[in-house]
Design a protein around this ligand. Structure first.
Ligand code: HEM
Length: 411
């Protein structure tokens, strides 16, 4: 036995994923119960220690010795069976699932393009993308995710990678399929097969891009990575392909969900919407508050490199830690009135981008994309409101956002 096993009276397994209807609709009461009753909870099948307190999550994220590579986890654990066993998992893995020194080597090769100043230089072009996507919408009621929140991030990352516009839709379709199985404890046979196909299609696609960019270098991320390879860095074609696939997949559903969750939070809280419309400079804090209040990535993972104690619970070496970013971001020990959505909140520093060595590389870019997308949307539609067909959440484990979200351009 490691951490406290309360599985008889607390939800477990699939009940703690968005595959479960009530968790999907509103995970926060369940996460609150776990945080209060079993902050380091042994979820038995597949085995993982579900960590919900802000202080524990933050400490573990910043632990320099702890592992990320799921292949290092004990057999039977969530990290080993679900993450390392998923159809989207590459072996050797991309940087997200590697430990140093490989992690550091791969991250440093692309990190320059994601630094705050560099990301900021993309702002005008991101606003243009948002406006031109909106130009394509003529209806007075439309589905926000497929028509707006989905297209904006895929166009941005494809442009960064230097991919031709004609491939955008195919690109998005592959990326969505890969994400479906990554953290899913019970994917269907069809989902697994389609994720495999999508992963190999993406690999072939990126290999062709590398081939082309090798003789036609440009001012894009793929060309940058090839140049590093040519300048003697130990970066193989497979590693470049993995990096490209990670950037595409990591930046897509996440940012789409952030844009969708922001619109929903603002429509649910009209007084906050009014404040933002009166003072558009509040957009920066608004996006931070949405990242805290309705985190698009609900969890990340780590593997214990040693025996340790989490919230008074002993955890063995090689166990899978499920760090609930969504629960930590609503911890009353860290935030006053955590369930209140307040775009002027001062204590808004959240854990939505993870932390430590694996802190989201695209955090600055994602923030700018969301700020510009929401800014453009609110400017275009001064009376945006819920559409008649409503909304429903998607069921992709580890991600929180909407599958469909109908809005009206006139109140
Ligand atoms: C709202 C949008 C986003 C959210 C909430 C988000 C969240 C996260 C989280 C939680 C992690 C894991 C961190 C950890 O375990 O400590 C991560 C890693 C990562 N994200 Fe994001 N992400 C977003 C957008 C993006 C974008 C736009 C990109 C790039 C185009 C990106 C690229 C990455 C990469 C490359 C990693 C792996 C970093 C590493 O292992 O060193 N993400 N992200």
């Amino acid at each position: 036995m490691t951490a406290r096993d309360d599985s008889e009276d607390l939800p477990h397994g699939l009940q703690l994923t968005s595959l479960d209807e009530s968790f999907r609709a509103d995970p926060y009461p369940i996460l609150k119960k776990l945080r209060e009753q079993a902050p380091a909870y042994l979820d038995p099948e597949p085995r993982r220690v579900f960590v919900t307190r802000h202080n524990d999550v933050k400490t573990l994220l910043h632990d320099k010795k702890i592992y990320m590579d799921p292949r290092k986890a004990n057999p039977g654990t969530f990290s080993r069976e679900v993450i390392a066993g998923s159809a989207g998992f590459a072996d050797p893995p991309d940087m997200l699932f590697l430990d140093d020194p490989d992690h550091q080597r791969l991250r440093s090769l692309v990190s320059g393009s994601f630094r705050p100043k560099r990301a900021e230089s993309w702002r005008p072009s991101i606003r243009d993308v948002a406006n031109s996507v909106l130009d394509g919408i003529q209806e007075s009621e439309f589905e926000l995710i497929s028509r707006f929140a989905g297209p904006v991030p895929v166009v941005v990352i494809a442009r960064m990678l230097g991919i031709d516009e004609q491939h955008y839709q195919q690109f998005k379709a592959w990326s969505d399929l890969v994400v479906l199985t990554g953290f899913n404890p019970s994917p269907t046979v069809e989902q697994t097969q389609r994720a495999h196909e999508a992963r190999s299609a993406l690999n072939d696609f990126f290999l062709r891009q590398i081939e082309y960019r090798t003789s036609n270098p440009g001012d894009d991320l793929i060309s940058d990575m090839i140049r590093s390879e040519q300048e003697g860095e130990t970066l193989t074609d497979t590693e470049i392909v993995n990096q490209c696939r990670l950037l595409l997949v990591a930046g897509n559903v996440t940012t789409t969900d952030l844009i969708g969750n922001t619109v929903k939070a603002l429509l649910d809280h009209p007084e906050q919407m009014r404040k933002l419309r009166e003072d558009p400079s509040l957009i920066v804090n608004t996006i931070e508050e949405v990242l805290r209040f309705d985190s698009p990535v609900t969890n990340t993972s780590r593997i214990t490199d040693r025996e340790m104690t989490v919230s008074s619970c002993p955890v063995q070496k090689g166990e899978s830690l499920h760090l609930s970013l969504a629960a930590a971001n609503r911890d009353p020990e860290a935030y006053a009135n955590p369930d209140t959505f307040d775009i002027e909140r001062a204590d808004v520093q959240h854990l939505a981008f993870g932390g430590g060595r694996h802190l989201c590389l695209g955090a600055h870019l994602a923030r700018i994309e969301a700020q510009e997308a929401i800014g453009a949307l609110l400017e275009r539609y001064p009376s945006l409101s819920y559409g008649d067909k409503g909304f429903f959440h998607h069921s992709i484990p580890a991600f929180r956002g909407m599958k469909e979200f109908w809005v009206k351009t006139q109140g």
